[in-house]
Design a protein around this ligand. Structure first.
Ligand code: ATP
Ligand code: MG
Length: 569
């Protein structure tokens, strides 16, 4: 099943016109006859998917869907040393979470037999040869951008000798790195990729799917286009760094006379304060700089998911970024903006006090309790209402009280009246301090006529604060996340340093004992919450019965909206 009638397909179209136009023209001119439009998403299973991959996924699936076509998920698994089943499983889960379902599940390794047959065919046609030069020598012989390369002394081996050596490479007669199979093209080509590129290398390594069946493995350039062709891929979209590979992609397909898949390049997604390189993300995981691939500070889809981001917001963000033919960089705040917008519409509201300060309402009858009715989401009446217990002793945020208020401080302070959200007006009367002089308790009085937080006589209060009942509150650990890197470009480091020097030492703050309204005891991992006045939160999968853990997805403040306003002004 493909993603039918996916509204994101329409969103994607508005901003990726050039890709859309290419396909539309091919459909109109019947470039592929009546064949359906076929795309593929081709991750290498050597890490978890990141937000950059989300862009490729939305384009591959979205564009195919627009044209009634199909999309395969194909694992580009030609590097046995770096690939693992764990990555395969996580990639499938992440593509589905993002909202897409592939037509066929494919593996480049399924084509090893066919690729080998085609290599024999190229040898027989005098278009490929076995080379005994070392990797270093090959690099040396390749030449530079300004100088042509030199022919390898093994370039003119006979077809028979090449067939014999290649078959023996496959049979395991030679050690790793001793020989390669190369395409015989043009050592003077201005495009370095066309200077007799390596097609196969010897690698005695166990593959996550084919085990020890093979000890020669195809290189990316030889495997990718041919895999596309086997799957009748009409439009093979990839990122711009492959533009220089386009000639070699075509050369193999032309020489073999197989289905003419075409490669089209678009710009990579880059985000400020973010690294989108699996190799570097793997390093963060391996060196335990983060708790794992799904650490909520990671730019992986599993990290964003655990942080509380939603597939809808990520798709909307990616659609808005669009695709072009030049690389750029997108502000991280723009992604946050799309996420806030989505959460504002759907997040259930709740009250939570992160840093509690006890308030005692002296004139509220001792032992009395009542339930106040609260809307679950003022943006969405269908979300219904819930009942929150109120009593004589409550917690408020430490920040919501000042014994000596600075100018323009409108929250609670001695003699000042504020509204307790959805409950009553209260006025601070006195404080209790510990030996160090810290305020540990605030005594207030309340106005019973202000029930529901409504003014009884038109008198105004300047501030509304949230609260939870001491007796009913649940304790929870709260994890506040900030950017993982301190610099917009994490790779901007002094010579001799590395991106690790730019790690933000304060990217995670843990609050051990926050107090929450009791309804949050039923929180579910998939549910999204707005802790009123505090931010957006979600339950962490590590939470257990009796041990609540919430992750802050985002603070409430939308800095992107401000940036945009400034830009517009
Ligand atoms: P990385 O450099 O992070 O390892 P990759 O390109 O090697 O990424 P692949 O698994 O080969 O990762 O990528 C699968 C697909 O996703 C490719 O088509 C690739 O072009 C695309 N892709 C990878 N990173 C980005 C990105 N930042 N923006 C858009 N597309 C991307
Ligand atoms: Mg890659």
């Amino acid at each position: 099943m493909n993603t039918n009638a996916n509204p994101e397909a329409a969103e994607a179209r508005t901003n990726s016109n050039f890709l859309h136009d290419i396909i539309a023209e091919d459909v109109q001119t019947k470039k592929y006859g009546d064949a359906v439009i076929q795309t593929r998403f081709p991750p290498e299973p050597n890490g978890y998917l990141h937000i950059g991959h989300a862009k490729a996924i939305c384009l591959d699936f979205g564009l195919a869907d627009e044209f009634g076509g199909k999309t395969n998920l194909r694992f580009d698994d030609t590097n046995p040393e770096k690939e693992e089943q764990e990555y395969v499983d996580s990639i499938m889960a992440d593509v589905r979470w993002l909202g897409f379902e592939w037509d066929r599940l494919c593996y480049a390794s399924d084509y090893f037999g066919q690729l080998y047959e085609w290599a024999l065919k190229l040898i027989q046609a005098g278009k490929a040869y076995v080379d005994d030069l070392t990797a270093d020598q090959i690099r040396h012989y390749r030449g530079t951008l300004t100088e042509p390369g030199k022919d390898s002394p093994f370039r003119n081996r006979t077809v028979e000798e090449n067939l014999d050596l290649f078959q023996r490479m496959k049979a395991g007669e030679f050690p790793d790195g001793s020989r390669v199979l190369r395409a015989k093209i043009d050592m003077a080509s201005p495009n370095l990729n066309m200077r007799d590129p390596v097609m196969y290398r010897i690698l005695h390594a166990t593959h996550h799917r084919t085990g020890d069946q093979w000890c020669i493995y195809p290189m990316y350039d030889y495997a990718h286009g041919q895999s596309d062709s086997i799957e009748n891929v009409t439009h093979s979209m990839c990122t711009l760094e492959f533009a220089d590979h386009q000639p070699i992609y075509r050369w193999y397909i032309e020489q073999l006379g197989i289905f003419p898949s075409q490669q089209i390049e678009f710009d990579r997604l880059n985000l400020t304060y973010t690294l989108l390189s699996k190799r570097k993300l793997l390093q963060l995981v391996q060196e335990k700089r983060v708790s794992g691939w799904d650490d909520p500070r990671m730019p992986t889809l599993s990290g964003f998911r655990r942080r509380g981001f939603t597939p809808e917001a990520i798709r909307a963000f990616v659609a808005s970024v669009g695709a072009s033919r030049t690389n750029g960089i997108v502000d991280f705040e723009m992604l946050e903006h799309f996420q806030r917008d989505d959460l504002n519409r759907r997040a259930r509201r709740a009250m939570a006090v992160l840093r509690p300060l006890k308030v005692i309402i002296d004139n509220y009858p001792e032992g009395q309790e009542e339930m106040v009715e609260v809307a679950n989401n003022p943006e969405d009446p269908a979300a219904g209402v819930r009942r929150v217990p109120f009593a004589r002793e409550i917690y408020i945020e430490q920040d919501d009280f000042r014994e000596t208020p600075p100018p323009k401080y409108y929250r609670l302070s001695p003699g000042k009246e504020v509204r307790l959200r959805n409950a009553y007006f209260v006025t601070a009367q006195s404080v209790v301090k510990d030996e160090a002089g810290n305020v540990v308790e605030v005594h207030c009085t309340y106005d019973p006529a202000s029930r529901g937080g409504n003014s009884p006589d038109g008198r105004k209060v300047k501030s509304t604060i949230h609260w939870v009942s001491v007796k009913h509150a649940l304790s929870a650990e709260i994890r506040l996340y900030d950017k993982l890197f301190t610099k917009p470009d994490p790779n901007d480091h002094p010579e001799g340093g590395s991106f690790l020097d730019n790690l933000n030492p304060n990217s995670l703050e843990r609050i051990a004992d926050a107090r929450l309204e009791p309804s949050l005891g039923e929180a579910r991992v998939e549910e999204r919450y707005q802790f009123e006045r505090v931010g957006y939160f979600c339950l962490d999968p590590e939470a257990k019965p009796g041990k609540l853990v919430f992750n802050r997805t985002l603070a409430l403040k939308d800095s992107w909206a401000k940036i945009e306003r400034k830009a517009g002004a």
